[in-house]
Design a protein. Structure first.
Length: 427
């Protein structure tokens, strides 16, 4: 190397030093958003969005990198579930649309041998399961599900009956709701079951996709229990399989309290069983209905409350000819009033009138006893799957080929499905 080369090298070195000084001055005077590191992060986010669109396997890994770098969730919607911790940690800022279904899958035949009020036909159950799974709701609640307490009482030898080989088959709630759900039932008789699609959220304390037979929190009955199907109930007792139960669901938009309603039903024209039903509604909203209990929906929670409420607001005057109806009063105390935190999404006609949700007792007029209620922040619309009521709808079992053979064993409630949106909670 010549002296001239050394001179050129020295000159180049000095230029490099000055360039480094200028770069450092520039970095000190700039906002963080214009740094090379953030530009690289933006590039990673762009790649991540592309991966999520095509379902790439590396999307989750990139999400984890992004969250470590910027301390928060990505802006894209498609990985919202990944950004929500199982314990309700990180909340995606994007509103989350979801679908729901409530369906009473029992029937009105209390005298059917071994299967009072329960699905007994395996082909009918198979058909209903296919329909429900085809709808694929994010949240589903089923009332009057066949319980082990029914099947364990005898040995079914007919393979066409739903108790056949009870011990070796999937439980009826799982057969109806299908795979891809976390499923829990009440802690009393295991006839009221909740399913939450794994892609929508996780049930607190339940492994995603698991079936936990006693997994739904179920407060004690507020009065002594009785056997409704056997005609033992009166106004001083509660049907011993009636429940209000709940779970906490962690979603990408925050926690959602899901309450499943099936309180005590009216016993007869002269026995409303209303004192128990009213207190079971109060258990949802009030502390101390049973000593030491707190309300199922806590102040400030977003909540979805649905099921067979056994509260027919349209037939109040008929039901109260002999006695008052406290349950209706509890409804109006907490739901739909100007200062209420809850509203109902029950389907209505153009005149604001609800549609019937059961084929039973149609002679009294509109009997809408299945309801969908949410906290005011949740929005949406619902459809009742009936016949001759809400236009362009039909009962879920309408295509079952042997309906004429079921008689009183046909499901006598109309399901309600909804499309809703839950919005992120502000801490």
């Amino acid at each position: 190397m010549s002296m001239g080369d050394f001179g050129n090298l020295e000159e180049r070195s000095m230029r490099t030093v000055w360039m480094l000084i200028l770069v450092m001055i520039t970095l000190i005077g700039c906002d963080d958003t214009s740094t090379t590191a953030n530009n690289q992060l933006n590039n990673v986010n762009n790649v991540n969005n592309v991966n999520n669109q095509d379902g790439g396997s590396d999307a989750d890994a990139l999400n984890n990198v992004n969250n470590l770098i910027d301390g928060g969730p990505d802006a894209d919607v498609t990985d919202a579930a990944d950004d929500a911790d199982a314990d309700g940690g990180t909340v995606d800022p994007t509103p989350i649309p979801f679908t729901t279904l409530t369906a009473n899958v029992g029937h009105g035949d209390a005298e059917f041998p071994h299967y009072p009020l329960r699905l007994w036909s395996q082909s009918y159950e198979d058909y209903m399961g296919a329909v429900i799974q085809g709808m694929a709701p994010d949240v589903v609640v089923l009332q009057e599900v066949l319980s082990g307490k029914t099947c364990e009482a005898f040995t079914e030898i007919d393979p066409n009956k739903t108790c056949y080989e009870w011990d070796t088959r999937l439980r009826p709630a799982v057969r109806l709701i299908g795979p891809g759900y976390s499923i829990v039932c009440d802690q009393r008789e295991q006839v009221e079951c909740i399913g939450v699609k794994v892609s929508f959220g996780t049930i607190d304390g339940v492994e995603p996709g698991a079936y936990v037979e006693l997994g739904a929190h179920t407060p004690a009955l507020p009065m002594a229990g009785c056997n409704w199907a056997a005609g033992e109930c009166d106004n001083s007792t509660c049907d011993d399989e009636s429940t209000v139960s709940d779970v906490l669901v962690h979603t990408a938009a925050g926690d959602l309290r899901l309450v499943h309603m099936h309180p005590t039903a009216q016993v007869s024209a002269f026995v409303a069983a209303d004192p128990c039903r009213a207190d079971q509604l109060r258990q949802v909203f009030e502390d101390g209905i049973v000593a030491g209990d707190v309300s199922m929906v806590r102040p400030g929670e977003q909540a979805l409350i649905m099921g067979d409420w056994n509260v027919g607001l349209e037939v109040y005057n008929i039901r109260t000819l002999m006695q008052s109806s406290e349950a209706d009063d509890v409804w109006y105390q907490y739901i739909g009033c100007p200062t209420c935190a809850f509203t109902d999404m029950d389907p209505r006609d153009g005149g604001g009138q609800r549609y019937s949700t059961t084929s039973a007792n149609a002679w009294v007029g509109i009997v809408a006893i299945d309801h969908v209620v949410t906290t005011n922040e949740i929005t949406g619309t619902c459809v009742v799957h009936d016949e001759g009521g809400m236009p362009s709808t039909e009962r879920l079992d309408v295509g079952y080929p042997y309906l004429d053979q079921l008689g009183d064993s046909r499901i006598d409630h109309y399901a309600i499905s909804c499309e809703m949106t839950i919005y992120p909670q502000t801490p």
